[in-house]
Write a protein that binds this ligand. Structure first.
Ligand code: ZN
Length: 242
């Protein structure tokens, strides 16, 4: 059986909090969506509420042709907010995003989301969280966690910016389901005045690498899914097994 592969994109301003520009969303995101649609593949686009407000056409396109998810209201660090503040921001983000599609998937900015706050997500109708990650110490793989289905990220976005010959061996080894994280700003040339992880491997070449990644997995019989599609399949499987 081929692997299940999920391409997820945290749609935010350029390399937050280090830049204030939105070139990634303006120029990178449409190119990424075009590429996926060319292959007939759906991605999961986790927008901040603010970016969706500013770029309603792109949020609508994500909601229609892909999956639209939530990446906070304005890329805040939830571990630095009180429960009340976290909830009020999540309510606003969910309200804003829901104008453009059904929103059930979430990933916290900077992979920071206190375990005690998951109840807020469940109450607001979120079903899937993809904040946990192996490189952040999560060892359980896909698991039901605090009322949501945790679908952990497989790797950091640095891996998919390495030269193709180097990153290829990683893709072979990653276990299914493979959850990749990308950001729109990786697909535009980021300034070298920023810290290295904001510009390393960014630019036009990133789109070519994404194309190679898709072709590599397709060639190995992978199935591309959104977080939501994965959630639905997980529920079905659970009912079958009982
Ligand atoms: Zn982010």
């Amino acid at each position: 059986m081929g692997k299940i592969v999920m391409l997820t994109f945290d749609v935010e301003r350029d390399c937050p909090p280090f830049a204030e520009t939105k070139r990634g969303v303006e120029d990178g995101l449409p190119r990424v969506m075009n590429l996926l649609e060319e292959f007939g593949i759906k991605g999961t686009f986790l927008f901040t509420g603010r970016i969706a407000e500013e770029f309603p056409e792109l949020a609508r396109r994500a909601g229609k042709k892909h999956e639209l998810g939530c990446h906070g209201l304005e890329h805040e660090r939830f571990d630095r907010l009180s429960v009340r503040e976290a909830e009020s921001r999540l309510v606003k983000a969910k309200e804003t995003l829901s104008q453009f599609g059904e929103v059930i998937s979430f990933r916290a900015p900077n992979f920071q989301f206190p375990d005690e706050y998951y109840g807020i997500l469940a109450k607001l109708g979120f079903k899937v969280d993809s904040t946990k990650a192996k490189h952040k110490g999560w060892r359980k793989g896909v698991a039901e966690f605090n009322g949501l289905l945790e679908v952990p990220a497989t790797t950091t976005s640095i891996v998919t910016r390495l030269p193709w010959a180097l990153q290829r061996s990683f893709h072979k080894r990653f276990e299914s389901p493979v959850v990749y994280i990308f950001h729109p700003w990786e697909f535009v040339d980021m300034s070298k005045r920023l810290r290295p992880d904001c510009w390393f491997g960014t630019g036009r070449g990133a789109l070519e690498k994404l194309r190679k990644l898709i072709e590599f997995h397709l060639g190995n019989g992978a199935r591309f899914m959104t977080l939501k599609e994965f959630y639905e399949e997980y529920q079905k499987l659970k009912r079958t097994i009982g």
